[in-house]
Design a protein around this ligand. Structure first.
Ligand SMILES: [Fe+2]
Ligand SMILES: [Fe+2]
Length: 194
């Protein structure tokens, strides 16, 4: 049977990918169709990236999934190094995106934000594809049931209210805000959002 941890990680990727799609859609509507910028929505998207993938999802992968694979085998070392580098790059890249969004909002400098936002979304997609298509098959070959259980528990801990941290709840709140603010083809039908 497939480890449940894989499905949890894929579900997290699905939510992150949906937000990336929303970001790219907005950029294209503004740049190619002259749509007015929706700054509250753009800020909500960047807040989501900081509060979920950057702060929780990537570190859990480093500390549990990647570490467990390394313990069992060096089969994926080069790939893991590449993925860890993506994680390290993630923080400065989102900070850069925030700076560019502020310049867009305050000084109308749209083009640098558009370019960085599209590149960010593409890089994040490529990263998640690499994890799912290249790393997971290797992980399934080398990890034991106990390894998967530890990874599962670590990802589930993201929901654990005992520690007073509920990152998934925070992420869900931001996610709902994004859906509520997004235009109808992506978010709720207009007027029905919160
Ligand atoms: Fe990752
Ligand atoms: Fe990931």
């Amino acid at each position: 049977m497939r480890p449940e941890a894989i499905q949890i990680i894929k579900d997290e990727h699905f939510a992150i990918a949906a937000v990336m799609y929303c970001l790219r859609h907005l950029v294209r509507q503004m740049r190619d169709h002259g749509e007015a910028p929706n700054f509250p929505l753009l800020h909500a998207i960047l807040d989501y990236i900081v509060s979920y993938p950057d702060r929780w999802h990537h570190p859990k992968e480093n500390d549990y999934l990647f570490a467990a694979i390394r313990e069992r085998s060096d089969i994926a070392n080069a790939l893991i190094e590449r993925l860890e580098q993506d994680h390290r790059d993630g923080h400065p890249r989102i900070e850069d995106l925030k700076t560019r969004l502020n310049a867009f909002e305050r000084a109308g400098e749209a083009a640098p934000f558009y370019a960085a936002a599209e590149a960010y979304a593409q890089t994040e997609w490529d990263h998640m594809r690499r994890e799912e298509d290249e790393l997971m098959p290797l992980a399934e070959r080398v990890l034991t049931a106990e390894d998967w259980q530890r990874i599962h528990d670590a990802f589930r801990e993201n929901d654990n209210p005992l520690y007073g941290i509920k990152p998934k709840e925070d992420a869900e709140r931001l996610y709902q805000r994004i859906l509520a603010l997004a235009p109808a083809p992506i978010g709720y039908a207009s007027g029905k959002g919160r």
